[in-house]
Design a protein around this ligand. Structure first.
Ligand code: IYR
Length: 225
């Protein structure tokens, strides 16, 4: 890289250089890998190396974001007492959801997933990653900094996180207790952060089963123009 490459704030980009055939094979293999991902709700307490979680989160942190503001925080909860407290608070909210806040149609739509207000995955899986979105940020002088397309940015990072975890051979669940503001309080997050997703991560329990679901056929969701 020469000095002149730097002058306008841009640097050269070195893209991958696969031949067409290799590209095709890689794209197929990656789709096939992703097609084996399932949301898992029953976890083993088998330990997982911290570094694996750290790498997956760092992969998520490479997500594109509005004006490159990277409006996210990832809290990894290992502490069992804290996970027990999070589970208690999540179950209190979910009990009200299932008992009275969710519509009959919603409950019916969830029947195939077999969910209810009891959330053992929060305490069974070795890690609970709580993703926060940052409604705004701060510059180096502490002034408020605008964030853009926050939901889109954090949603992309979440997708990349569950992809990285699956690639590593772990299972995860994208869990959204509602309301989830108790997480801001329990994890003592700063005022600009709002809880976005709860992601228990680990190995599935030995007898784990998942709903017998099918995915949409490509022609039902891919439209070429
Ligand atoms: N948050 C509740 C309910 C729930 C809602 C949807 I939409 C799901 O896809 C799954 C569950 C719960 O976690 O049980």
């Amino acid at each position: 890289m020469s000095a002149s490459d730097h002058q306008d704030g841009f640097i050269p980009y070195q893209p991958a250089t696969y031949e067409a055939e290799e590209m095709l094979a890689r794209s197929r293999a990656f789709y096939e890998l992703m097609n084996t991902r399932r949301s898992v709700r029953v976890f083993s307490d088998r330990p997982v190396a911290r570094e694996v979680i750290e790498h997956a989160i760092r992969a998520a942190g490479t997500a594109p974001s509005g004006a490159h503001k990277q409006p996210w925080s990832f809290c990894v909860v290992e502490d069992f007492e804290l996970r027990k407290e999070i589970r208690k608070r999540a179950e209190q909210e979910e009990k009200q959801n299932y008992d009275s806040r969710m519509s009959d149609r919603w409950l019916k739509d969830l029947e195939p997933l077999g969910t209810n207000h009891i959330k053992p995955f929060i305490t069974d899986a070795p890690y609970l990653i709580v993703m926060f979105k940052q409604a705004y940020g701060h510059d180096s002088e502490g002034n408020k900094q605008h964030h853009y397309y926050v939901n889109e940015s954090v949603g992309i990072a979440a997708g990349m996180l569950i992809t990285a975890l699956h690639y590593a051979g772990l299972s995860a669940l994208t869990h959204t207790p509602s309301p989830m503001n108790f997480l801001e309080e329990l994890l003592d997050r700063p005022g600009n952060e709002r809880a976005y997703l709860n992601i228990p991560v680990g190995y599935p329990s030995a007898d784990a089963r998942v709903p017998d679901l099918t995915r949409k056929a490509p022609e039902d969701f891919i439209h070429w123009y």
